[in-house]
Write a protein that binds this ligand. Structure first.
Ligand code: HAM
Length: 419
């Protein structure tokens, strides 16, 4: 027996309706915001993520599923959706289409992480990427799309935290201030922080080690270093959120784990699913299109982890809608009746009804039992008498009432019953 790889999950047939519920909410959200679906490959050239996500990130350094294909190319299973979306945008010359370009995806992602509740090696993201718009309204719109999606899922207990991590210009100033602050304290910090000091001091603020957290608590804050443009932008984003009554708090420690971010970054955090509380996260990435070979173009997006959202929904008793059941099960008493039951079932399906009949050559009693397990709302039985009368006896399972219905009127009977 070969087991499923660590950190991956099967979706069993009695659970798939929950996935479909979440995916439908994602598609409906996209539709309201006029965001169109894109699909990009599950694997890309490794270099895309090295350049896009960033060499100093944990995702690229430690977590990528990278392999050489038979042609000797280095290939990586996508650890996130943004880099592939940007590659698609640049490669297909989409900057010549009317801007903004509003796109979304639902995709598997792969990260070699230590699995725990809400953290998998294969997980799925619903992501949104908007290209070409630099206005603060765009940032607000992306955040509204995320919160609309969460609302549709019945998730209302997350906290929205936002921050601005500035642009190339103000970040350079801030990095300098951070380094000045950390330099005399470096000896007391962990190895990861020491290695980040030179290349990416901002990431030191994200360290979870107690001794480092104590030191970073008093570090200079990025918001004090924003240039005028970034500051004005951030103030506008905040006022747009407030104007729509979207609750948020500013958390100057949100720096995000991926290198491409500029200006606004945000996370929707839950306290109901343990340590991995970020259910949805994103931000602006105004340099990435250019860094991946396109003309300079602003962009912003977010991604929500579907498994994490489902865990949160399960923990908070959210409603996943219903697992669809057959409207009618048509049982047959003998060989000839079974084949009539089968052809009536086919006829109902052709008219859009969820109908079932026996495929297992069961006794009529066993067919009834199975119909009950399936949760069929109506069960019809056909035997020699029914064949002769040209009518089936239809039992309404909720109250046990029975009605004889002509074979050719079963469809209209069911429709009438449903209304
Ligand atoms: P991220 O924060 O790395 O951002 O991931 C986004 C979301 O994916 C997380 O908030 C979480 O819900 C889910 N997630 C991440 N890693 C795992 C995992 N190992 N297991 C389960 N769920 C996970 C990004 O990926 C960016 N591309 C988001 C973005 C889009 N920024 C701009 N556009």
């Amino acid at each position: 027996m070969i087991n499923i790889p660590k950190g991956t999950k099967d979706v069993l047939p009695d659970k798939s309706y929950k996935w479909q519920f979440v995916e439908k909410a994602a598609c409906e959200t996209a539709e309201i915001f006029n965001i169109k679906e894109i699909r990009t490959p599950v694997f890309e050239h490794t270099e895309l993520f090295q350049r896009g996500v960033g060499e100093t990130t944990d995702v690229v350094n430690k977590e990528m599923y990278t392999f050489e294909d038979k042609g000797g190319r280095s290939i990586t299973l996508k650890p996130e959706g943004t880099a592939g979306a940007v590659r698609m945008f640049v490669e297909n010359g989409l900057s010549s289409t009317p801007m903004p370009l509003k796109s979304y995806y639902i995709t598997p992602c792969f990260r070699y992480e230590r699995p725990q509740a809400g953290r998998l090696r294969e997980f799925h993201q619903f992501g949104v990427e908007i290209f070409g718009a630099k206005s603060a309204e765009t940032d607000a719109e992306v955040i509204f799309a995320a919160s609309t999606f969460l609302e549709k899922l019945g998730i209302n207990k997350t906290e929205l935290q936002i921050n601005s991590i500035g642009c190339r210009i103000c970040r350079a100033e801030y990095n300098k201030a951070l380094k000045d602050y950390f330099r005399p304290r470096l000896a007391d910090m962990c190895e990861t922080c020491r290695s980040r000091f030179d290349k990416n001091p901002l990431r030191m603020l994200d360290c979870k080690e107690e001794r480092c957290k104590k030191i970073t608590a008093d570090a200079p804050k990025i918001l004090d270093y924003l240039c005028e443009d970034c500051n004005t932008h951030f103030e506008k984003v905040k006022s747009l959120l407030s104007a729509q009554n979207v609750a948020f708090s500013v958390n100057s420690r949100i720096v995000r784990g991926l290198d491409y971010y500029t200006k606004t970054v945000f996370e929707f955090i839950s306290t109901d699913i343990g340590a991995q509380g970020a259910v949805c996260a994103g931000g602006r990435y105004d340099n990435l299109v250019e860094e991946l070979g396109g003309a300079p173009l602003p962009a912003i997006g977010f991604a929500a982890g579907i498994e994490r959202l489902m865990l949160l929904m399960e923990n908070t008793g959210a409603d996943f809608g219903e697992n669809k059941k057959p409207l009618i099960y048509i049982a047959g008493m003998d060989e000839i009746s079974r084949s009539k039951a089968f052809s009536l079932t086919c006829g109902l399906r052709a008219r859009g009804i969820n109908a079932e009949s026996d495929l297992m050559e069961r006794s009529v009693k066993a067919q009834f039992k199975y119909a009950d397990k399936l949760g069929a709302e109506y069960v019809a039985v056909i035997g020699a008498n029914e064949l002769e009368a040209g009518a089936a006896n239809i039992k309404k399972m909720s109250d046990g009432s029975q009605t004889a219905v002509n074979f050719n009127e079963i469809y209209s009977y069911l429709i009438k019953e449903k209304n």
